[in-house]
Design a protein. Structure first.
Length: 217
């Protein structure tokens, strides 16, 4: 899942990003509305966590711009005001969900995950192939009944490949959807992660390299 956190309080923005990254999400951060618009023009985000009271370009205007473009991106709006009227106004702008500050990180993660599922085509609650089973909600994966000890990035790559349902996924697509903007597009990070994942999955191999096509399960 690719997420953009838009929050002018730097410490809070960075803290939210760290929490979401620990959950295996690819997270970019903007500290003002104009930068958020610039980033969304270049990257197709699944979820935008958007502070409403932004300097410069207001969060309301960022939300309205995203809605006007007809993107599949889901918006979780944050605000210091938790009144009913404020929530109704935020949702009327096109936001998909609304979370008043202060908030519990566990609830934020759950809401972002729920919005991320809505941003993508419907998938079964359990992703599977042969004796491989992955539960996105519980963040667990099993092969032949044995639980796999996967890093957040390994889990995210496996989840993305299973969700592709046999479609070859180019390394560039994995880099864009699983890693954030800090990832160097010229590194071998995708290949290295695939190799570690193959080792943990064991035999018989389930991840196939498709010449000039990428990887598929």
């Amino acid at each position: 899942m690719r997420v953009l956190v838009v929050e002018d309080q730097v410490e809070l923005a960075d803290s939210v990003a760290r929490v979401l990254r620990r959950e295996g999400m690819a997270v970019d951060v903007s500290y003002d509305g104009q930068d958020a618009l610039d980033r969304t023009a270049l990257t197709d985000y699944d979820v935008v966590v958007l502070d409403r009271d932004l300097p410069g370009v207001h969060g309301d205007d960022v939300c309205a711009a995203l809605m006007a473009e007809g993107r599949h991106t889901r918006v979780l709006m944050l605000t210091a005001s938790g009144t009913i009227a404020d929530r109704v106004e935020g949702l009327s702008l096109g936001a998909d969900d609304y979370l008043p500050k202060p908030f519990a990180y566990a609830e934020l993660v759950a809401r972002v995950r729920a919005l991320g599922r809505r941003a993508q085509p419907a998938l079964p609650p359990i992703l599977s192939h042969a004796d491989l089973r992955l539960d996105p909600a519980q963040r667990t994966a099993f092969r032949a009944g044995a639980r796999l000890a996967l890093s957040p990035k390994e889990f995210a790559v496996l989840e993305y490949l299973l969700a592709a349902r046999g479609r070859p996924v180019p390394a560039e697509e994995l880099l864009e959807r699983v890693w954030d903007e800090a990832a160097d597009p010229f590194t071998t990070t995708v290949k290295a992660t695939i190799n570690r994942l193959r080792s943990k999955l064991g035999a018989p191999p389930v991840i196939e390299t498709v010449p000039r096509g990428g990887y598929r399960i």
